[in-house]
Design a protein around this ligand. Structure first.
Ligand code: GDP
Length: 454
C-alpha cells in the first residue's frame, strides 16, 4: 500500500544535517532540490553511492554543497525507495529544503514512521523495532550492545522458536482431532508437556531478565546517607571523578538533594548526595533532612556512610535504622585515619561493609565493583536477551503463566483441549511481542513514543 513519501530531518543539530526520505517519490523529490556536480539527476545515478552536488531550490543560487544518495528496495531500512541528503547542518538550509519538499506533496514523517514502515514491510519484527529507541537512548556501551543485538533479532528469533514449537504442537493436536481417518502420528501428551515445560522455562528466564534490563536501561536510584561530616559529598565527588559537591569541615553544608549520574561498568547509578542526618532545630536543615529521608525511601540502593575515625553516635544509629532491610552497603569512610568506630556493630547490621577512604581513593574500587554485583549485573551477558521493554516483559510473563497453567492442567488430569487452549493463549501472547498478533492501536502507541526521523 502506498502511504506516500515522507521526509524528516534525521539529525539533532551538529555540523552535519541529514534529511531522510522514504516512499515512491523519494529520489525524484531530491532531484528537485539537488544538482549533481557531474550533471544529470540523482535518480539516474547508481543506487547506494554518494553523489556530490549542490542544493538549489526553485532554480535559485546554491544554498549548500552536499552529498545525496538514493536506495532501492528491498535493500533499504524501510523496505521502500529511500533517499538522503547529507548537508552542512544549518537549520535554515534544512528548513528551506523541507519546505521545498512539502510544496512537492512530500509529507513530514510522524514519530517513528520510518521504523514503523520497516515493521509493516517486514524488515523488522516489533521487538526489533522497539530496540531502535533503546539504541538511541542507550547510555552505556552494554545497554547499546544489548539493544543492537535485539535490533538484529535476538528477542524475535528466540520468541519465534518457542512460538513455532507450541504452534506445531497445537496444530498436531487439532489435526488428530479433526481428521481421525487420516494417517497422522498420534498426539502424545507427554511430548506436548515436554514442549510446554521447555517453553515455560525459557519464558520465565526472559521475563525475569526485565528487572536487570530495566536497571541497565533506566539507571538505578542510589542515595548517599549518613550523619554530617562522614564524607558523603567527598564520596560523590570521588565516584564522579570531579568536584561536584561542596566539601567542607563544617557539618550541615549539604542542605538539598544533589543528583548526579555515575557509570559503573554496565550500571548507570543515579546518585543523590543528601543533607547529613542529625537531630537539629534549624528549620532549613530539618527540611534538608526530611528530603534526604524521602529520597532514601525511594532509592534502590542506600550507601550508608560512617566515619571510621569516630565512635558511632545516635545519629549513626538513625542512619543504620533507615538502611536496615534495604539493599544497602555500609561505607566506612576515612579508613586512612586511625580507626575508632565499632566495626563489629556495623557488620552485625549490614551484609555488605566496605572500608574506604574517599579522600585517597583506597577501597573505592571495591565499592564500585560491589554495586553491579548487588544488582546482578556484574556477570550479565548483553546478547540481546536482557529484556528492557515493559510491554515485552508483560507479554512474556503472560505467556509463561499460560504455559504454567497448561502444565498444571495436564498434571491435574484436565482434558487435552483445555491444556491446548492454555498453550494457544501463550502463543497469542508471544505473537504480541514479535508483532505477529498485535492490533493497530498497540502499534500506534508503540511508535508514538519514537522521535521524528527514526
Ligand atoms: P559530608 O558532610 O558527609 O558531605 O562530608 P564532606 O564530604 O563534606 O567531608 C567532611 C570532611 O571530611 C571534609 O573536611 C573532608 O575533607 C573530610 N573527608 C572526607 N572523606 C575523607 C577521608 O576519606 N579521609 C579523611 N581523612 N578525610 C575525609
Amino acid at each position: 500500500m502506498d502511504h506516500g513519501t515522507i521526509a524528516a530531518i534525521a539529525t539533532a543539530g551538529g555540523p552535519i544535517g541529514i534529511i531522510r526520505l522514504s516512499g515512491p517519490r523519494a529520489a525524484e523529490a531530491v532531484d528537485a532540490v539537488f544538482r549533481p556536480a557531474a550533471g544529470g539527476k540523482l535518480s539516474e545515478k547508481p543506487a547506494n553511492f554518494l553523489t556530490y552536488g549542490t542544493v538549489c531550490i526553485d532554480g535559485g543560487a546554491a544554498l549548500d554543497c552536499c552529498f545525496a544518495v538514493h536506495m532501492q528496495p528491498p535493500r533499504t531500512s524501510t523496505g521502500e525507495k529511500m533517499a538522503e541528503l547529507q548537508c552542512h547542518g544549518s537549520p535554515a538550509v534544512l528548513l528551506e529544503i523541507m519546505n521545498a519538499l512539502y510544496r512537492m506533496g512530500i509529507r513530514q514523517a510522524g514519530p517513528g514512521e520510518f521504523t514503523r514502515r520497516a515493521f509493516v514491510n517486514g524488515k523488522l519484527d516489533l521487538a526489533a523495532a522497539e530496540a531502535v529507541s533503546d539504541l538511541t537512548a542507550a547510555r552505556t556501551a552494554e545497554a547499546a550492545q544489548n539493544a543492537a543485538a535485539q535490533l538484529m533479532g535476538a528477542v524475535g528469533t528466540r520468541i519465534r522458536q518457542i512460538r513455532d514449537e507450541l504452534l506445531e504442537m497445537v496444530a498436531h493436536f487439532h489435526a488428530v482431532i479433526d481428521y481421525p481417518d487420516e494417517d497422522i502420528d498420534p498426539f502424545l501428551f507427554e511430548n506436548a508437556q515436554e514442549i510446554i515445560h521447555r517453553a515455560a522455562g525459557t519464558l520465565y528466564h526472559l521475563a525475569e531478565s526485565y528487572e536487570r534490563g530495566r536497571i541497565m536501561h533506566e539507571g538505578v536510584p542510589c542515595v548517599i546517607l549518613g550523619k554530617p561530616n562522614t564524607g558523603k559529598s567527598t564520596l560523590l565527588n570521588t565516584l564522579l571523578g570531579r568536584d561536584r559537591a561542596i566539601v567542607t569541615e563544617i557539618p550541615g553544608t549539604t542542605r538539598d538533594v544533589l543528583e548526579e549520574t555515575v557509570r559503573l561498568g554496565p550500571v548507570l547509578l543515579r546518585v543523590s548526595d543528601t543533607a547529613g542526618i542529625r537531630n537539629t532545630v534549624d528549620p532549613a536543615e530539618k527540611e534538608g533532612i526530611n528530603r534526604a529521608l524521602r529520597t532514601a525511601s525511594s532509592a534502590s540502593i542506600i550507601l550508608a556512610v560512617f566515619d571510621s575515625s569516630a565512635p558511632l553516635s545516635d545519629d549513626d544509629l538513625m542512619v543504620m535504622a533507615r538502611a536496615t532491610g534495604r539493599t544497602s552497603i555500609a561505607v566506612v569512610n576515612k579508613c586512612d585515619l586511625p580507626s575508632e568506630v565499632d566495626m563489629e556493630r556495623i557488620r552485625r547490621q549490614f551484609q555488605n561493609v566496605v572500608p574506604i577512604s574517599a579522600k585517597t581513593g583506597e577501597g573505592v574500587e571495591c565499592l564500585t565493583k560491589l554495586i553491579p554485583h548487588l544488582l546482578g549485573l556484574d556477570n550479565a551477558v548483553f546478547d540481546g536477551e536482557m529484556i528492557t521493554n515493559a510491554r515485552q516483559a508483560a507479554a512474556l510473563a503472560r505467556a509463561a503463566s499460560r504455559c504454567e497453567e497448561a502444565l498444571f492442567g495436564a498434571q491435574s488430569g484436565m482434558t487435552y483441549d483445555a491444556v491446548v487452549m492454555d498453550a494457544e493463549g501463550a502463543i497469542a501472547a508471544l505473537g504480541e511481542i514479535t508483532g505477529q498478533n498485535v492490533t493497530d492501536d498497540i502499534v500506534d502507541k508503540i511508535f508514538s513514543t519514537f522521535c521524528v526521523g527514526k
